[in-house]
Design a protein around this ligand. Structure first.
Ligand SMILES: [Zn+2]
Length: 482
């Protein structure tokens, strides 16, 4: 197992990661409340923690990664009411769209997506334990956590109780003793989906779902909890309070990781601010790998600014500088096969290539600095550029050696994956060839303006030409718009 460090939001320091039961790692990340289509900000958190899980697996840990789905909540009920759809069905529908987006983005490390309503027995048991230990009180069919009984409340976020009083997610709650008390079980209003409980029909509060699920799947204490920075308070604070009070064991979580917010127009991207950009739409427009690159080419704890018409265009250009040599090596290797005889690499190049994946691991092992790892790949891409004109002369194993750092990028960062763009390439190739032969004829007639116009037209359509001696290659600079 490789040693690595992580910034723990609770202790506010970079700490060496030590699992409770090595090599196992229990990992939980707050998932979606799927009352609407996912936006670009949701995608960032998902990709950040996908890389954490991928890296852990590569480094010899056995990760069990759980991401919950809050399939019942006020907003789902409100949205379902507006559209005349059962809120549980609405959640399922949006979750399926989310799952598809994750598949496209290459987020495949989550082992299990538990739905809140599948854990009613665990939720009720946890609420009952809190009531019987005096940490929670029923009022008018609901149950509230008594924050005054848990003195360390606020330690994670550094929030003081007076600030906590404005941080509640729900408005009118009759019978609540203090504004900072949070709901564990919520009495149902007529017509709302509800489940039986000792306090009457109702549904779980938002925070209790997570700890009921993790209690069941990961135990009373586990290794790693992730989520967006905006969930630190009150959500994660509430998780700590209710779980530690219910089980008497602490700490609930050994390492808290929070991903920075995606910002658009100077504010956190969120439905409530109204500055959202669709995740699916962006993936469709730029391709999943460019979106993934955009997320990972920033430190995960930093805010990431999205500027319309700029950020993803720049990401595409930068990503292409990596993907193009990576793609050329993969193609050349597919042509030659690993066994082909040919020129070998000079010893210093081969040594650099075989040593780089390890040093990229070391870079990432310092609090998952994916941006620094990507910088390492850019350095390698410059070396590879010098070899691209000579690939046909190289042995299969030499090409494979050159490719090693990019394979690291594919395995750990999830970049350079063939996406639909490669299927699109096969479809497009005959058409591009038609334009290419028209361009060749124009050049033969010395009609260079016409040749240049054809090149420019292709670029407008998202296809960049590269003349290599007598041959012309083409590359999709973005996926064709469908
Ligand atoms: Zn959560």
């Amino acid at each position: 197992m490789r040693r690595f460090t992580v910034y723990d939001s609770l202790s506010r320091e970079i700490r060496l990661f030590v699992p409770i039961t090595p090599p196992k790692v229990g990992m939980f990340v707050c998932g979606l409340t799927p009352y609407d289509e996912a936006h670009l900000g949701h995608g960032r958190t998902a990709v950040v923690f996908d890389v954490v899980a991928r890296a852990l697996a590569r480094w010899g840990y056995r990760v069990f990664y759980v991401q919950n789905v809050t399939n019942i909540d006020d907003r789902l009920i409100a949205r379902g009411g507006e559209r005349g759809i059962d809120p549980l069905k609405l959640a399922e529908r949006h979750f399926l769209a989310w799952h598809l987006a994750m598949e496209t983005l290459g987020v495949r490390s989550v082992n299990y997506y538990p739905f809140a309503t599948d854990y009613l027995p665990e939720i009720l048991a946890q609420v009952e334990a809190l009531v019987s230990k005096g940490f929670a009180y029923p009022a008018e069919g609901s149950v509230y956590f008594d924050v005054a009984r848990f003195p360390s409340y606020g330690a994670l976020s550094g929030q003081r109780l007076d600030a906590a009083r404005t941080g509640t997610r729900i408005e009118a709650e009759p019978g609540k003793r203090a504004p900072e008390d949070f709901v564990l079980w919520k009495a149902a209003r007529p017509g709302e989906p509800s489940w039986e409980s000792p306090w009457g029909p109702g549904r779980p509060g938002w925070h209790i779902e997570d700890t009921a699920i993790t209690g069941r799947l990961l135990g009373a204490r586990y290794d790693l909890h992730g989520g967006g920075l905006d969930l630190k308070f009150p959500h994660h604070e509430a998780e700590i309070a209710q779980a530690e009070a219910a089980t008497g064991e602490r700490p609930l979580v050994n390492y808290w990781m929070h991903a920075g917010m995606l910002q658009f127009k100077g504010e956190k991207m969120s439905k409530s601010v109204g500055n959202v950009v669709s995740l699916q739409g962006t993936i469709g427009r730029y391709g999943p790998m460019v979106v993934r690159f955009f997320y990972l080419n920033a430190h995960y704890r930093s805010p990431l600014d999205f500027v319309e018409g700029k950020s993803l265009e720049e990401a595409r250009e930068a990503y292409d500088r990596l993907a193009q040599p990576a793609g050329r090596l993969a193609e050349a290797l597919a042509r030659s096969g690993p066994e082909r005889a040919g020129r070998e690499l000079p010893a210093e190049v081969a040594t650099a290539a075989t040593g780089l994946p390890n040093s990229l691991d070391e870079t990432l092992a310092e609090d998952f600095n994916s941006r620094a790892a990507i910088a390492g790949l850019f350095g390698w891409a410059r070396t590879v550029q010098e070899w691209l004109p000579h690939l046909d002369a190289l042995s299969g194993s030499a090409i494979s050696t050159l490719e090693a750092p990019f394979r690291w990028g594919r395995d750990v960062l999830g970049l350079f994956e063939a996406t639909d763009a490669s299927a699109g390439r096969e479809r497009l190739d005959p058409l591009v060839r038609v334009v290419l032969s028209a361009r060749t004829r124009a050049r033969e007639r010395k009609e260079f303006a016409e040749a240049d116009r054809l090149r420019a037209d292709l670029l407008t359509a998202g296809i960049r030409l590269e003349d290599r001696g007598a041959e012309t290659e083409w590359h999709a600079v973005r996926e064709p718009e469908s």
